[in-house]
Ligand binder design. Structure first.
Ligand SMILES: Nc1ncnc2c1ncn2[C@@H]1O[C@H](COP(=O)(O)OP(=O)(O)O)[C@@H](O)[C@H]1O
Ligand SMILES: [Mg+2]
Length: 612
């Protein structure tokens, strides 16, 4: 572009251009508008917030509240860039209790939409209405309206086609808004929320102030009823946080995505990779791949210890001592899961086909367990067919339900029910142990149970501590590749704790002298190789990571474990249950399939029409 000498090369942009450029940072999509407007309502002390959308927010976003409202002069001021009632100087950020502070949202939204603000202070006789189109005020007048503020944003990005093009399908934008409002509602359980799309009510909360009520609205009553609840309070000065509260979903309530994980720091819903990892870790051994726990995590810290001024959207934060917070979160979730009864309760769905009906495997016979050898059911040879696993146990007609909720109460004695207390009645299909428990009928997948026991023994912390070792009459020589040899060198000193006694045997081989007995069978080379791989390249392997890694590669446990369709004697069955009790996580196999299903007596009674 030719530049004449009289015109300077560098020029200050006109204010409209500045506004639109800045708007791009704050207002990325409809959900950002909803976020900013609802945060303003919450900052104004709203007890009720109503959000109305049209066309996924592209045509209209309206947020109405019953907060403290604005005077006409305040409305005009609020539309100025960097005008805020929330901080007066940068020092106030260290004491921030409000959600907003940048004074940017309203002018930014006004720059890229047709916006109307109607607001009335409770003491005022009438409301005031200001209309702005693309940043220009087109109306400024008295209006009718209740106390509080209603902001309506029409035709978002009508004057920035590039942005408009970037929007996703209305359904996708709507999903984002719903996820966002879920987080806001959980962060402010004392405020009533209502989210409408066209004429449809998508979501609402009662505003009772109880997080569990809001959680029930977000997660559904069933999932919320099973939440494991715990808290970690740190009153002492110098503590990394003041209070950490967790509502953690049962493994059976896990979802295929992470949209039901909420992290709330000082009342602000935020994203944090580190906290997310801390939450998910204790679940790793309980969930199959690509399933994610649902949870609400609320953290209270000294406002001076969070920096919310990282990004204009204020969803990312910097937290002092985040690592300590994450460790505390992981420990708390771990404790909650370790103490909870995680056995899925099953229900027979009303439409369940009767046994023997089409689509259901032929009715299996119950083999009574006698002390000694259980007789194979009459006329039943070793049948082929898929080895039945726990997942199949929840086959046609069986619907999983959540387990009994567990609430952490300090000082309370905890005992999850013991497997060994179950009264074993028999074996079905040479695969499932049938037993009576305090709640009703219990079904144990013996293969999954075996896998769990063997897996924990291989981890070196099986029932009764490290596994017993067996000296090999003929030591085993194992050739290793360079990487495996390196790992062996790094971890040789810790192998005995897993039951392996080895020594160097040339540059590329080790000699194995003793192996662990995994469920009474000696382990072999595959187990040692899996273990070395899982121990990995770090000098100090993280136990949770080791467990998750081993579970993933371990078919080792499956190889050694007693297979399904093995007859068990009564003694063997009881022994298995005792071993399960010694496991840290007796409720699933290493791959996350259940070991135990419970059908409560009430469920049986319902189906036998004893109760209606
Ligand atoms: N719903 C509302 N109720 C009362 N006051 C509001 C509302 N929305 C905005 N305001 C006022 O307008 C000001 C500017 O809002 P905004 O641009 O979002 O900046 P910030 O929230 O960062 O202060 C706020 O500081 C507040 O005083
Ligand atoms: Mg704001």
């Amino acid at each position: 572009m030719p530049v004449s000498s009289s015109e300077p090369r560098i020029r200050v942009l006109p204010p409209e251009a500045v506004d639109r450029i800045a708007a791009g940072e704050v207002v990325e999509r409809p959900s950002s508008v909803v976020k900013e407007l609802v945060e303003n309502s919450l900052d104004a002390g709203a007890r009720s917030v109503i959000i109305r959308l049209e066309d996924g927010g592209r045509r209209r976003i309206q947020v109405g509240d019953d907060g403290h409202g604005m005077s006409p002069a305040e409305i005009r001021l609020a539309l100025e860039r960097h005008a805020t009632s929330k901080i007066r100087s940068i020092d106030d950020l260290a004491r921030l209790r409000s959600l907003g502070f940048r004074g940017e949202a309203l002018p930014s939204i006004a720059a890229v939409s047709r916006m109307e603000i109607v607001s009335r202070e409770p003491s005022a006789d009438f409301a005031w209405r200001v209309r702005v189109e693309g940043g220009r005020v087109v109306a400024d007048q008295a209006a009718a309206g209740p106390p509080g503020t209603t902001v309506t944003v029409d035709d978002l990005f009508f004057n920035t086609p590039a942005r408009r093009k970037y929007l996703r399908r209305p359904a996708t934008e709507l999903d984002r808004i719903v996820d966002l409002v879920h987080g806001l509602a959980l962060a402010s359980p004392g405020t009533r929320f209502r989210l409408e799309h066209g004429s449809r009510l998508l979501f609402s909360t009662s505003g009772s102030g109880d997080v569990l009520d809001a959680a029930a609205a977000v997660l559904g009553a069933d999932t919320a009823a099973g939440l494991l609840v715990g808290a970690d309070q740190r009153g002492e000065p110098g503590a990394p946080f003041r209070r950490l509260e967790v509502w953690a979903g049962l493994p059976s309530a896990a979802r295929a995505g992470r949209q039901f994980q909420f992290f709330i720091v000082n009342g602000r819903a935020v994203r944090s990779d580190r906290l997310r990892a801390a939450l998910e870790r204790p679940y790793r051994r309980l969930l199959p791949l690509h399933r994610y726990p649902v949870a609400v995590v609320r953290l209270e810290v000294d406002p001076a210890a969070v920096d919310v001024n990282v990004h204009p959207s204020k969803q990312e934060i910097r937290l002092d001592r985040e690592r300590e917070v994450a460790d505390a979160l992981q420990a708390l979730v771990h404790r909650l899961l370790a103490r909870a009864d995680l056995a899925p309760r099953v229900t027979l769905s009303p439409r369940a086909p009767a046994l023997g009906a089409a689509g259901v495997r032929e009715a299996a016979q119950v083999t009574p367990l006698v002390d000694g050898l259980p007789g194979r059911p009459q006329g039943q040879g070793p049948r082929q067919g898929p080895a039945a696993g726990g997942a199949e146990a929840a086959g046609p007609g069986l619907v999983r339900e959540q387990a009994a909720p567990y609430h952490e109460a300090p000082g309370e004695a905890h005992g999850r029910p013991r497997f060994a207390d179950l009264r074993i009645l028999g074996q079905v299909d040479l695969t499932y142990l049938v037993a009576e428990g305090p709640e009703g009928l219990c079904i144990i997948d013996q293969h999954a149970a075996h896998e769990r026991v063997v897996f924990e023994q291989l981890l070196g912390r099986g029932p009764g501590g490290p596994p017993p070792r067996q000296a090999l009459a003929v030591p085993l020589t194992l050739e290793l590749d360079a990487a495996a040899m390196e790992r062996w060198r790094r971890h040789r000193h810790r192998l005995p704790q897993f039951g392996f006694v080895t020594e160097e045997f040339g540059p590329r081989a080790v000699m194995v002298r003793e192996v662990p007995l995994l469920y009474r069978r000696p382990a072999g080379a595959p187990e040692l190789l899996d273990l070395l791989d899982a121990l990995g390249d770090a000098a100090e392997p993280d136990p949770e990571a080791l467990e998750a890694d081993l579970a993933q590669r371990t078919t080792a446990a499956c190889r050694t474990a007693v297979k399904a369709r093995d007859p068990l004697t009564a003694d063997e069955a009881r022994h298995l249950l005792r071993l399960l009790d010694g496991c840290r996580n007796p409720y699933t196999c290493p791959h996350g399939r259940p070991t135990l299903l419970v059908m409560r007596l009430g469920e049986l009674e319902r189906h036998f029409k004893r109760i209606m």
